[in-house]
Design a protein around this ligand. Sequence first.
Ligand code: ADP
Ligand code: ASP
Ligand code: MG
Length: 269
Amino acid sequence: MDAGYSFREDWTIVALIVQKYGGSSVADTDSIKRVAKRIIETKNAGNDVAVVVSAMGDTTDDLIDQAMSIDSTPPAREMDMLMTAGERISMSLLSMAIHSAGSHAYSFTGSQAGFMTDARFGAAHIRAVKPDRVRHALEKGSVAIVAGFQGINEDGDATTLGRGGSDTSAVALAVALGADVCEIYTDVDGVFTADPRIVPTARRIPVIDYESMLEMSSCGSKVLALRCVEYAQRFGMPLHVRSSFSHRNGTLILPEGISPASVPNLTRE
Ligand code: ADP
Ligand code: ASP
Ligand code: MG
Protein backbone atom coordinates (compact mmCIF):
# COMPACT_ATOMS: atom_id res chain seq x y z
CA MET A 1 0.00 0.00 0.00
CA ASP A 2 3.00 2.35 0.29
CA ALA A 3 3.32 2.40 -3.51
CA GLY A 4 0.41 4.79 -4.10
CA TYR A 5 1.67 7.57 -1.84
CA SER A 6 2.93 10.89 -3.04
CA PHE A 7 5.32 12.99 -0.98
CA ARG A 8 5.81 16.59 0.06
CA GLU A 9 9.13 18.42 -0.30
CA ASP A 10 10.20 17.26 3.18
CA TRP A 11 9.36 13.65 2.20
CA THR A 12 6.34 13.37 4.49
CA ILE A 13 3.40 11.49 2.98
CA VAL A 14 0.40 13.18 1.32
CA ALA A 15 -2.58 11.03 2.10
CA LEU A 16 -6.34 10.60 2.11
CA ILE A 17 -7.31 10.43 5.76
CA VAL A 18 -10.67 9.61 7.35
CA GLN A 19 -10.91 10.97 10.89
CA LYS A 20 -13.70 9.93 13.26
CA TYR A 21 -14.46 12.07 16.30
CA GLY A 22 -16.52 10.41 19.04
CA GLY A 23 -19.14 12.11 21.19
CA SER A 24 -16.64 12.72 24.00
CA SER A 25 -14.47 14.76 21.58
CA VAL A 26 -17.35 17.02 20.49
CA ALA A 27 -19.22 17.35 23.79
CA ASP A 28 -19.69 21.16 23.59
CA THR A 29 -19.09 24.02 21.18
CA ASP A 30 -15.59 24.75 22.52
CA SER A 31 -14.67 21.11 21.85
CA ILE A 32 -16.13 21.40 18.37
CA LYS A 33 -13.89 24.44 17.72
CA ARG A 34 -10.87 22.49 19.01
CA VAL A 35 -11.67 19.55 16.71
CA ALA A 36 -12.19 21.93 13.76
CA LYS A 37 -8.66 23.31 14.34
CA ARG A 38 -7.21 19.82 14.34
CA ILE A 39 -8.98 18.91 11.09
CA ILE A 40 -7.70 22.09 9.44
CA GLU A 41 -4.15 21.28 10.63
CA THR A 42 -4.37 17.88 8.93
CA LYS A 43 -5.78 19.47 5.78
CA ASN A 44 -3.16 22.23 5.73
CA ALA A 45 -0.42 19.61 5.95
CA GLY A 46 -1.53 18.70 2.41
CA ASN A 47 -3.84 15.77 3.12
CA ASP A 48 -7.40 15.19 1.90
CA VAL A 49 -9.61 14.85 4.97
CA ALA A 50 -13.04 13.27 5.32
CA VAL A 51 -14.52 13.32 8.81
CA VAL A 52 -17.12 11.14 10.49
CA VAL A 53 -18.65 12.66 13.59
CA SER A 54 -20.76 11.30 16.45
CA ALA A 55 -23.50 13.11 18.31
CA MET A 56 -22.34 15.62 20.96
CA GLY A 57 -21.69 14.13 24.42
CA ASP A 58 -24.78 12.39 25.80
CA THR A 59 -27.13 13.56 23.03
CA THR A 60 -28.08 10.05 21.88
CA ASP A 61 -28.87 8.95 25.46
CA ASP A 62 -30.92 12.13 25.99
CA LEU A 63 -32.92 11.50 22.80
CA ILE A 64 -33.64 7.93 23.92
CA ASP A 65 -34.79 9.20 27.35
CA GLN A 66 -37.11 11.71 25.68
CA ALA A 67 -38.63 8.99 23.50
CA MET A 68 -39.09 6.67 26.48
CA SER A 69 -40.86 9.37 28.45
CA ILE A 70 -43.49 9.42 25.70
CA ASP A 71 -43.74 5.71 24.89
CA SER A 72 -41.76 2.84 26.42
CA THR A 73 -41.99 0.92 23.12
CA PRO A 74 -41.74 3.61 20.44
CA PRO A 75 -42.07 2.59 16.76
CA ALA A 76 -38.61 1.49 15.54
CA ARG A 77 -38.81 3.67 12.43
CA GLU A 78 -39.52 6.80 14.46
CA MET A 79 -36.79 5.91 16.95
CA ASP A 80 -34.20 5.79 14.17
CA MET A 81 -35.51 9.02 12.69
CA LEU A 82 -35.06 10.62 16.12
CA MET A 83 -31.59 9.21 16.77
CA THR A 84 -30.16 10.38 13.44
CA ALA A 85 -30.88 13.94 14.60
CA GLY A 86 -27.96 13.87 17.07
CA GLU A 87 -25.31 13.48 14.39
CA ARG A 88 -27.00 16.13 12.21
CA ILE A 89 -26.41 18.69 14.92
CA SER A 90 -22.72 17.85 15.40
CA MET A 91 -21.93 17.60 11.68
CA SER A 92 -23.37 21.01 10.84
CA LEU A 93 -21.83 22.74 13.88
CA LEU A 94 -18.44 21.21 13.05
CA SER A 95 -18.74 22.38 9.46
CA MET A 96 -19.59 25.90 10.69
CA ALA A 97 -16.57 25.84 13.03
CA ILE A 98 -14.31 24.95 10.10
CA HIS A 99 -15.75 27.86 8.09
CA SER A 100 -15.35 30.23 10.98
CA ALA A 101 -11.67 29.21 11.29
CA GLY A 102 -11.16 30.23 7.64
CA SER A 103 -11.30 26.87 5.89
CA HIS A 104 -14.08 25.13 3.93
CA ALA A 105 -16.28 22.14 4.69
CA TYR A 106 -19.51 20.48 3.57
CA SER A 107 -21.57 18.32 5.93
CA PHE A 108 -23.55 15.31 4.73
CA THR A 109 -26.15 13.07 6.39
CA GLY A 110 -25.60 9.31 6.11
CA SER A 111 -28.06 9.22 3.25
CA GLN A 112 -26.36 12.09 1.38
CA ALA A 113 -23.01 10.37 1.89
CA GLY A 114 -24.37 7.21 0.23
CA PHE A 115 -24.66 4.83 3.20
CA MET A 116 -27.14 2.19 2.01
CA THR A 117 -28.25 -0.25 4.73
CA ASP A 118 -30.67 -3.11 5.27
CA ALA A 119 -33.97 -2.42 7.02
CA ARG A 120 -33.11 -3.48 10.60
CA PHE A 121 -33.95 -0.29 12.50
CA GLY A 122 -31.60 0.26 15.43
CA ALA A 123 -29.09 -2.36 14.24
CA ALA A 124 -28.85 -1.86 10.48
CA HIS A 125 -26.02 -3.41 8.49
CA ILE A 126 -24.22 -1.42 5.81
CA ARG A 127 -24.86 -2.94 2.38
CA ALA A 128 -22.96 -0.44 0.26
CA VAL A 129 -21.35 2.98 0.51
CA LYS A 130 -21.50 5.25 -2.54
CA PRO A 131 -19.82 8.42 -1.35
CA ASP A 132 -19.98 10.41 -4.63
CA ARG A 133 -20.82 13.70 -2.94
CA VAL A 134 -18.06 13.21 -0.37
CA ARG A 135 -15.55 12.54 -3.12
CA HIS A 136 -16.74 15.59 -5.04
CA ALA A 137 -16.30 17.80 -1.95
CA LEU A 138 -12.75 16.49 -1.49
CA GLU A 139 -11.96 17.11 -5.17
CA LYS A 140 -13.06 20.71 -4.70
CA GLY A 141 -10.49 21.03 -1.90
CA SER A 142 -13.05 21.01 0.94
CA VAL A 143 -13.25 18.94 4.05
CA ALA A 144 -16.22 16.53 4.00
CA ILE A 145 -18.04 15.96 7.29
CA VAL A 146 -20.28 12.89 7.44
CA ALA A 147 -22.85 12.08 10.12
CA GLY A 148 -21.86 8.78 11.73
CA PHE A 149 -24.10 5.94 12.85
CA GLN A 150 -26.71 6.38 10.12
CA GLY A 151 -27.78 5.34 6.66
CA ILE A 152 -30.85 4.84 4.54
CA ASN A 153 -32.73 1.67 3.67
CA GLU A 154 -34.29 0.61 0.35
CA ASP A 155 -37.55 2.35 1.26
CA GLY A 156 -35.75 5.64 1.80
CA ASP A 157 -36.14 5.54 5.59
CA ALA A 158 -33.37 6.64 7.96
CA THR A 159 -31.67 3.77 9.80
CA THR A 160 -29.08 3.58 12.58
CA LEU A 161 -26.27 1.07 12.96
CA GLY A 162 -26.44 0.28 16.69
CA ARG A 163 -24.77 2.05 19.62
CA GLY A 164 -21.19 3.05 18.95
CA GLY A 165 -21.90 2.69 15.22
CA SER A 166 -19.98 5.79 14.12
CA ASP A 167 -16.76 3.75 14.36
CA THR A 168 -18.20 1.43 11.71
CA SER A 169 -19.35 4.38 9.57
CA ALA A 170 -15.79 5.71 9.61
CA VAL A 171 -14.18 2.46 8.48
CA ALA A 172 -16.85 1.90 5.82
CA LEU A 173 -16.27 5.41 4.47
CA ALA A 174 -12.49 4.91 4.55
CA VAL A 175 -12.84 1.67 2.58
CA ALA A 176 -15.23 3.21 0.03
CA LEU A 177 -12.93 6.21 -0.54
CA GLY A 178 -9.77 4.08 -0.63
CA ALA A 179 -8.31 6.06 2.29
CA ASP A 180 -4.76 5.43 3.52
CA VAL A 181 -5.75 5.34 7.19
CA CYS A 182 -8.85 5.64 9.35
CA GLU A 183 -8.09 7.62 12.52
CA ILE A 184 -10.48 7.12 15.45
CA TYR A 185 -10.25 10.09 17.81
CA THR A 186 -11.49 9.52 21.33
CA ASP A 187 -10.93 10.65 24.94
CA VAL A 188 -8.09 8.23 25.83
CA ASP A 189 -4.60 7.87 24.34
CA GLY A 190 -5.36 4.68 22.40
CA VAL A 191 -6.24 1.07 23.15
CA PHE A 192 -5.02 -0.02 26.58
CA THR A 193 -4.50 -3.46 28.12
CA ALA A 194 -7.68 -2.70 30.14
CA ASP A 195 -10.06 0.26 30.46
CA PRO A 196 -7.67 2.99 31.72
CA ARG A 197 -10.54 4.70 33.55
CA ILE A 198 -11.07 1.58 35.67
CA VAL A 199 -7.56 0.09 35.80
CA PRO A 200 -5.00 2.87 36.45
CA THR A 201 -2.05 0.53 35.74
CA ALA A 202 -3.33 -0.31 32.24
CA ARG A 203 -0.75 0.25 29.51
CA ARG A 204 -1.27 1.66 26.02
CA ILE A 205 -0.74 -0.88 23.24
CA PRO A 206 1.27 0.85 20.47
CA VAL A 207 0.50 -1.71 17.70
CA ILE A 208 -2.00 -4.57 17.64
CA ASP A 209 -3.33 -6.98 15.00
CA TYR A 210 -6.99 -7.24 14.00
CA GLU A 211 -7.52 -10.64 15.69
CA SER A 212 -6.38 -9.42 19.11
CA MET A 213 -8.39 -6.23 18.71
CA LEU A 214 -11.49 -8.25 17.75
CA GLU A 215 -11.06 -10.22 20.95
CA MET A 216 -10.90 -7.03 23.03
CA SER A 217 -13.96 -5.54 21.32
CA SER A 218 -15.96 -8.73 21.72
CA CYS A 219 -15.04 -8.83 25.41
CA GLY A 220 -16.82 -5.50 25.83
CA SER A 221 -14.01 -2.95 25.45
CA LYS A 222 -16.07 -0.11 24.00
CA VAL A 223 -13.11 1.86 22.68
CA LEU A 224 -13.83 0.37 19.20
CA ALA A 225 -17.16 -1.12 18.11
CA LEU A 226 -16.85 -4.80 17.21
CA ARG A 227 -18.30 -4.37 13.73
CA CYS A 228 -15.84 -1.61 12.96
CA VAL A 229 -12.91 -3.95 13.66
CA GLU A 230 -14.51 -6.75 11.60
CA TYR A 231 -15.00 -4.35 8.69
CA ALA A 232 -11.42 -3.06 8.91
CA GLN A 233 -10.05 -6.59 9.00
CA ARG A 234 -12.14 -7.67 6.03
CA PHE A 235 -10.78 -4.83 3.87
CA GLY A 236 -7.32 -4.47 5.44
CA MET A 237 -7.97 -0.84 6.44
CA PRO A 238 -5.27 0.50 8.82
CA LEU A 239 -6.74 2.06 11.99
CA HIS A 240 -5.15 4.56 14.33
CA VAL A 241 -6.99 5.00 17.66
CA ARG A 242 -5.76 8.19 19.32
CA SER A 243 -6.79 11.03 21.60
CA SER A 244 -8.34 14.24 20.29
CA PHE A 245 -7.01 15.91 23.44
CA SER A 246 -3.29 15.34 22.69
CA HIS A 247 -1.04 14.98 19.66
CA ARG A 248 0.56 11.75 20.85
CA ASN A 249 0.39 8.67 18.64
CA GLY A 250 -2.11 6.13 19.92
CA THR A 251 -2.65 2.53 18.87
CA LEU A 252 -2.14 1.27 15.32
CA ILE A 253 -4.25 -1.68 14.19
CA LEU A 254 -2.64 -2.91 11.00
CA PRO A 255 -2.83 -5.69 8.42
CA GLU A 256 0.10 -8.10 8.48
CA GLY A 257 3.15 -6.84 6.63
CA ILE A 258 2.31 -3.14 6.92
CA SER A 259 5.02 -1.21 8.69
CA PRO A 260 3.82 1.24 11.39
CA ALA A 261 6.21 3.84 9.96
CA SER A 262 4.28 3.83 6.65
CA VAL A 263 1.05 5.06 8.29
CA PRO A 264 0.34 8.71 7.40
CA ASN A 265 -0.21 11.53 9.88
CA LEU A 266 1.91 10.09 12.69
CA THR A 267 3.35 12.51 15.20
CA ARG A 268 7.16 12.46 15.15
CA GLU A 269 8.07 11.45 18.68
P1 ADP B 1 -16.15 7.93 21.86
O1 ADP B 1 -17.11 8.92 22.46
O2 ADP B 1 -14.89 8.59 21.36
O3 ADP B 1 -16.77 6.99 20.87
P2 ADP B 1 -16.22 5.77 23.80
O4 ADP B 1 -16.74 6.23 25.14
O5 ADP B 1 -17.15 5.00 22.93
O6 ADP B 1 -15.63 7.05 23.08
O7 ADP B 1 -14.89 4.89 24.00
C1 ADP B 1 -13.81 5.40 24.71
C2 ADP B 1 -13.81 4.84 26.11
O8 ADP B 1 -13.58 3.43 26.04
C3 ADP B 1 -12.70 5.34 27.00
O9 ADP B 1 -13.05 6.54 27.64
C4 ADP B 1 -12.46 4.19 27.97
O10 ADP B 1 -13.03 4.43 29.23
C5 ADP B 1 -13.19 3.01 27.32
N1 ADP B 1 -12.39 1.80 27.22
C6 ADP B 1 -12.82 0.54 27.55
N2 ADP B 1 -11.87 -0.37 27.37
C7 ADP B 1 -10.79 0.30 26.88
C8 ADP B 1 -9.48 -0.11 26.48
N3 ADP B 1 -9.09 -1.38 26.53
N4 ADP B 1 -8.63 0.84 26.03
C9 ADP B 1 -9.02 2.13 25.95
N5 ADP B 1 -10.24 2.59 26.31
C10 ADP B 1 -11.12 1.67 26.78
N1 ASP C 1 -24.22 8.57 18.74
C1 ASP C 1 -24.26 7.13 18.65
C2 ASP C 1 -24.19 6.51 20.03
O1 ASP C 1 -24.12 7.24 21.03
C3 ASP C 1 -23.22 6.58 17.73
C4 ASP C 1 -21.79 6.76 18.18
O2 ASP C 1 -21.49 7.62 19.00
O3 ASP C 1 -20.93 6.05 17.66
O4 ASP C 1 -24.22 5.31 20.15
MG1 MG D 1 -17.60 5.01 20.84
